[in-house]
Design a protein around this ligand. Structure first.
Ligand code: APR
Length: 230
């Protein structure tokens, strides 16, 4: 069994989804995460990036849904998680096999020399972080609009989708490609798709075999309990 997760699994950790009435894109212009805009306006972008992803997300902690998935992995029930999320909450909850389809905000990277830094070791208060070797403005190590998906994450995610017998699809609208191809691939290869979401999504009436309508923080601990009874 594998899990495919989206922003919805982190909503109960206080991180708003991207879409919907209270979504991030209703407050911020997505252009701050467009790679070509970032390359020309790094200082401006960092004002928003820091506010959205570090001042705000930075304090988020895993919720019961993240911990339930980590428990499923520890019990040998869950092989891996493919996540669209960049908040590092799966790893903080103890999950080991996490494929970061859109990267991870806990790392920063220098686009010039390739040096990687950990965000927690970097002072973001005094302006955009810079590489200590060539003073370039560092970029958060998550995928900006206009960038490709990290090749290793891509390969492992689709390998997982091709081999799994069950795919839990948790907290995603399914509106973003190519990430949303992962559950479609799993379904195409015969996996049973269980969707966990309080609202319907692009998956619900196309690939979902069982829709557990509800919040991830309620449904996943319940599911873990049900599996334990088996
Ligand atoms: N539990 C489960 N699902 C929830 C919860 C909850 N408590 N609250 C909201 N949701 C669902 C919403 O119904 C919606 O379907 O989470 C989904 C959030 O949708 P999006 O914000 O579009 O998140 P996602 O599908 O992960 O977006 C994909 O878009 O902007 C890019 O890179 C960004 O990774 C992101 C990608």
């Amino acid at each position: 069994m594998m899990a495919f997760t989206g922003a919805g699994i982190s909503v109960e950790s206080g991180i708003p989804p991207f879409r919907g009435a209270t979504g991030l894109w209703s407050k911020y212009d997505p252009k701050v995460l467009d790679i070509s805009y970032f390359l020309d306006h790094g200082e401006d972008c960092w004002k928003f990036i820091r506010e959205i992803f570090y001042d705000f997300f930075g304090k988020a902690k895993p919720n019961s849904a993240h911990f339930a998935l980590a428990e499923m992995e520890k019990a040998g029930l869950l092989q891996a998680i493919v996540t669209q999320n960049i908040d590092n909450l799966h790893q903080m909850a103890g999950s080991k096999n996490v494929y970061e389809f859109h990267g991870n905000s806990s790392r920063l990277v220098c686009l010039k020399c390739g040096t990687t830094y950990y965000t927690e070791d970097t002072d973001l208060r005094s302006g955009p972080p810079r590489c200590k070797y060539d003073n370039e403005i560092l970029k958060p190590d998550f995928v900006f609009f206009g960038e490709g998906i990290p090749s290793e994450a891509w390969d492992k995610s689709f390998e997982c989708a091709e081999q799994c017998d069950v795919c839990l699809v948790i907290g995603s609208t399914g509106e973003v490609v190519p990430a949303s191809y992962v559950p479609h691939k799993a379904s195409q290869k015969g996996a049973f798709i269980i969707e966990i979401n309080p609202e319907s999504s692009q998956f619900t009436y196309s690939v979902t075999d069982l829709w557990l309508q509800g919040k991830a923080g309620d449904v996943l601990p319940w599911l873990m309990e049900e599996i334990r009874k088996e």
